[in-house]
Structure formats: C-alpha cells, structure tokens
Design a protein around this ligand. Structure first.
Ligand code: ATP
Length: 393
C-alpha cells in the first residue's frame, strides 16, 4: 500500500457543483435534549465532507438523520434535491459504514457483500459481477471465502466498505469508519479511503472526532459544538482562519490570549492582553485568500467577508508560527522576552514552553534542526502580525 497520495485539486467553480445533501434548519430533540440545533448544510456532489467535533456535539445524530435512522424534530433533509424526511433508510440513495463494521459473522466475505443485492432479488449473474467489482475496489478479492473472524480489523472495514459500495449509492455515509483501527493501520486506511473516494467520484460524508483525519482527508469540514455548526470551510480555512476561539482551540495546538482591541488602523489592529502584552494582528481582509463561513448560518458555499473584531477578543497564535531566538530579533512587532521553562522532544520537532516576562506561558514548536536550549535560558520569541488572529469571544 502506497503512502504517497495526492488529493485531486478542489474545483475552482464550486458554486456551480450540484448539491447531493442539504439540511435546512434541522433540529433533533431527544427527550427534551437538543442534540442537533438548527443545522444548515450544503454538501456538494462528489465532495469528501467531514463533520468534526468533540464527543456529544451531535455529529453522529446529524449523520443518522441523513441516513434516515433518525427523523428530524424540525427542518428538512434533501438528497439529490428530493425531500427525504418521510423516506425510510433503505429507500434513500445512501449507504452507511459503521465504526463497528456491522458484518454478519456467520456469512463469508462474498455473502456479506452480496447480502443487500440478494434481498433486492437481483439476478445471480449481476450479483456475482457487482460483488466481484466491489471486492476488487477494496482489494479484498483474494479473501472472498473467509469469515469475518478470519480477517484483521482493516480487512473487515474494507469488506464493510465493499458492502456499502455494491449498492451503488449516491452518497456514502461513514460513521467514524477508522475509529477501531490502531494508529498505523488507520493512517494506511486514510490513504485508501481517499483514493477510493477519488476513484469513485461519489459523495462521502464522514463523521470523526479526529481533527488530523478530517484535515488530511476532506475537501470541506463542518465543525460542530453543542448541536450547532460553528464553521464550514476547507481544511486550510478551518486551520488557518478559525472563526471562533472554540475552533482555534479544538483544531490543532494554539496559544490563546484574552485581550481587547486598543485601536484599529487601516490594515492591522493593536490588541492589549489581560497581562499587558501588546500584540499586533493583521486584519483578515489583508490576508491572502480569506474565506470565512458565516458562523451558525453556514450555508458555507458562499464567500463572505469576515467581520472586523472589536471590543473583547481572544488572540490565537499557533506554536509553529512562533520563532524562539537567543539574540534580540530585529522585528519591531510581536517580539517578547522570556525564559525557557520546559522542552519536549517530539522527534521531527521540539516543543518549547517559554515563560514571558509578562507571566504568560507560550508554547513554541520548531523543527528539530537547531541546537537545543537549556532550561532557564533568557530567550526572545516573535511572530508576524499576519500569523496571528483576533477572534471575537
Ligand atoms: P460521540 O463522538 O461521542 O459519538 P457525537 O458528537 O456523535 O458524540 P451524538 O451521538 O450525536 O454526539 O449525541 C449528541 C447528543 O444527543 C448527546 O448528548 C447524546 O447523549 C444524545 N443522544 C444521541 N442519541 C440519543 C438517543 N437515541 N436518545 C437520547 N439521546 C441521544
């Protein structure tokens, strides 16, 4: 299995791609508890769309609503432009792959994959051909007569994928599909799943709590929190331009400083943090390729200008954007003195924890190329105004 795989480029004219799945103001309330709260989603034909969020945020319920295993308390669900609110799961053009594989243990691989087609009473030759084609797709043709108990976790998940593919759904729904696999196998299957998506050109909707998985596999990601969608965007947008402090904190590692906007100039803002640090932040409009989804409304497909932060804000700065030096840098902005308090060796990188003279702790991640710095050493840290972000709280 190759680990080198390049995703197809994202089409430039995305607004004209037809929609496969639409959620319009969808709510799901269980016994008075709101699991999904006014969710709007537009998922384009052929895209790899991930729903990402912490445990209990409502992502699985959202997927189950699309699958038809739950019905909405309010709102509409459309698949390929047809309202499916009253359509049972088996009549929807979707198939779901579960984390637990959900294979029949008493049936062989072939029998598992053929099961749905036999129920539909398709001719035997067609069943045989389609099952073979699906097994080839997931590279399991050599395991046709084995039982699930004779397969590894990764192989069982491939069979589960084949069982979904054999029905030729318009949309594949994947509920934490790699959640039961160990890390190495999970990485391999991520590549395989991306390749499969690209080869088939189907719409994939995947639920995951693993940010790295969502960032590496998806065309777009919806980040959920407390039943609502906080932001929809490409992996780059979500990582580099999080719309809220929650997303900045949830996706990847970041340093967050509470403060307020002291003044706004033409292209930048001066922020003062609660401990008196003065941070200069470039305004979003002055950064290249900014596309910010409208928080909480999230039709997400439209470009929208981001709002200029004002009043109380949180400044987010990623550890890898910060430089640490022993000599004073020549930078005039976002340069602070401190002491190295802790070092963690991460293999390819080193994580430094620096105590600034203001008392703030700062996490700095640098490639493992320079000489190590001793604890207690006075250091300077600095970063570019374009590399940090002010977010309204
Ligand atoms: P996880 O990653 O832990 O699976 P999730 O983000 O997928 O979490 P959901 O499973 O969608 O979250 O659950 C959202 C909320 O709805 C939770 O508070 C959960 O307890 C509740 N919930 C989900 N299904 C049901 C149900 N059938 N009956 C009652 N409450 C439910």
């Amino acid at each position: 299995m190759s680990s080198t795989f390049t995703k197809k480029p994202i089409p430039t004219d995305v607004d004209n791609v037809p929609l496969d799945v639409e959620l319009r103001q969808v709510f799901k309330i269980f016994d008075g508890e709101t699991a999904v709260c006014g969710v709007n989603l537009n998922i384009r034909k052929g895209e790899f769309f991930s729903i990402l969020g912490p445990s209990g945020c409502g992502k699985t319920t959202t997927l189950r609503l699309i699958a038809g295993f739950e019905s909405p308390s309010a709102g509409d669900i459309l698949i390929q432009k047809k309202n499916v609110n009253d359509v049972p799961p088996y009549r929807r053009p979707v198939n779901t792959v579960f984390q637990s594989y959900a294979l029949f243990n008493h049936l062989t691989v072939v029998e598992n994959v053929a099961f749905g087609l036999k129920i539909k009473k398709l001719p035997k030759t067609e069943v045989r051909e389609r099952v073979q084609e699906a097994l080839v797709r997931v590279q399991m043709e050599g395991y046709a007569n084995r039982f699930p108990s004779q397969l590894s976790g990764g192989q069982q998940q491939r069979v589960a994928l084949a069982r979904a593919l054999v029905n030729k759904p318009a949309v594949m729904l994947l509920d934490e599909p790699l959640g039961a696999l160990d890390l190495k196998l999970r990485k391999e299957m991520q590549v395989e799943l991306s390749r499969l998506h690209q080869d088939l050109g189907l719409t994939f909707v995947m639920v995951t709590h693993d940010q790295e998985e969502a960032l590496s596999m998806s065309d777009r990601i919806a980040v959920m929190s407390h039943g609502k969608i906080e932001q929809i965007g490409s992996p780059h947008e979500i990582y580099d331009r999080p719309a809220t402090p929650f997303i900045a904190d949830f996706i990847g590692d970041t340093n967050l400083f509470e403060g307020y906007v002291n003044n706004t100039e033409e292209a930048r803002q001066n922020i003062v943090t609660s401990k008196g640090l003065k941070i200069v932040v470039d305004l979003p409009e002055y950064r290249p390729n900014v596309m910010v989804a409208n928080t909480h409304s999230n039709y997400g497909a439209k470009k929208q200008r981001s709002e200029i932060p004002s009043g109380e804000v949180v400044v987010s700065i990623r550890p890898e954007k910060i430089k640490v030096t022993l000599d004073p840098p020549t930078h005039l902005v976002n340069c602070y003195e401190g002491q190295l308090e802790h070092t963690m060796f991460l293999g390819t990188h080193v994580l430094y924890v620096v105590r600034l003279n203001s008392g703030d702790l700062l996490r700095v991640k640098q490639p493992n190329t320079s000489a190590s710095i001793n604890h207690g050493t006075p250091v300077y840290v600095h970063w570019l105004a374009a590399d940090c972000l002010a977010l309204n709280t």
